[in-house]
Design a protein around this ligand. Structure first.
Ligand code: NAD
Length: 256
């Protein structure tokens, strides 16, 4: 797909990897619709991108709400008349162990709460389902085909302290395969990207410094990835018409 003049929706597009994706597609000549739950950061992102001459529309939304997912994807059609690419990037972490025993009593003193589980499922899995479905509905009806790129993670393999997160990211990988088969007849390709550890607010603020140091020792490249390296992979997927039904790792060689 030639990205120039295409309409690209990015969820969680206000900061981090999502913003890097929006920047990259804007530079390649796309019109952008950014969806994010954080109004202030979203306004800032829109301003930054508009200053480069890009056409940008911003929608405050919660991807885990059905009416918000519909409103976000419809905004692309209402604002720019088409919808060619949806990058389903919004995601959250709520890490914790399944359980922790108290050494003295031998009894469980902490468990991953249902709330901790449900919040991550709602955003990372239901959010991807709803926004992906609504993007696909419009792409199929408009008849121009399209590409859906979703954000999985290296944690899809299973990761210590990430029962909830790993389950959602494995689910995303499965959805990419399922949808690539179901939507091919409408000319819609679907793939996922599985980043390793990328230097964004999610990693820098939410992860403990010791945990991060330990993790870096497991990365053959010896560093965190750059958000633009993930964005570059999304661009590659969109531009290459023979890529569908796969998850591409961007991990610096790291394996869990
Ligand atoms: N940073 C990493 O190392 C890394 C690694 C693997 C996968 N990922 C995945 O990449 C994606 C982006 O991660 P990031 O590091 O840029 O995170 P981030 O926290 O910097 O950005 C996430 C964005 O999503 C938005 N968001 C959160 N919940 C939302 C909701 N319900 N509705 C709409 N928007 C919402 C946030 O406001 C934020 O702007 C996530 O799906 C994450 O799981 C990140």
């Amino acid at each position: 797909m030639d990205i120039r003049d295409k309409v690209v929706v990015v969820t969680g597009g206000a900061q981090g990897i999502g913003f890097a994706i929006a920047e990259r597609f804007a530079k390649a000549g796309a019109k952008l619709v950014l969806g994010d739950i954080k109004q202030d950061v979203l306004d800032e992102a829109k301003q930054k991108l508009s200053a480069t001459g890009a056409k940008v529309h911003a929608v405050v939304c919660n991807v885990s709400k059905e009416e918000d997912a519909e409103r976000l994807m419809q905004a692309a059609v209402d604002e720019f008349g088409r919808l060619d690419v949806a990058v389903l990037n919004a995601g959250i972490l709520r890490d914790g162990l399944l359980l922790k025993l108290d050494k003295e009593t031998g009894k469980v003193k902490r468990k991953m709460s249902l709330e901790q589980w449900q919040m991550v499922i709602d955003v990372n899995l239901t959010g991807v389902f709803l926004t992906g479905r609504e993007a696909a509905v419009r792409m199929a009806e408009l008849g121009n085909g399209g590409a859906i790129v979703m954000m999985s993670s290296i944690a899809a393999e299973g990761n210590f302290g990430q029962t909830n997160y790993s389950a959602t990211k494995a689910g995303v990988r499965a959805m990419a395969v399922t949808w690539s088969r179901e939507l091919a007849r409408y000319g819609v390709r679907v793939a996922a990207v599985a980043p390793g550890f990328i230097g964004t607010p999610m990693v820098k603020k939410d992860m403990k410094a010791e945990a991060l140091e330990k993790l870096l020792k497991m990365v053959p490249a010896g560093r965190l990835g750059e958000p633009d390296e993930v964005a570059h992979t999304c661009q590659f997927i969109v531009e290459n018409d023979f890529i569908t039904g796969v998850t591409l790792g961007v991990t610096g060689g790291m394996k869990l």
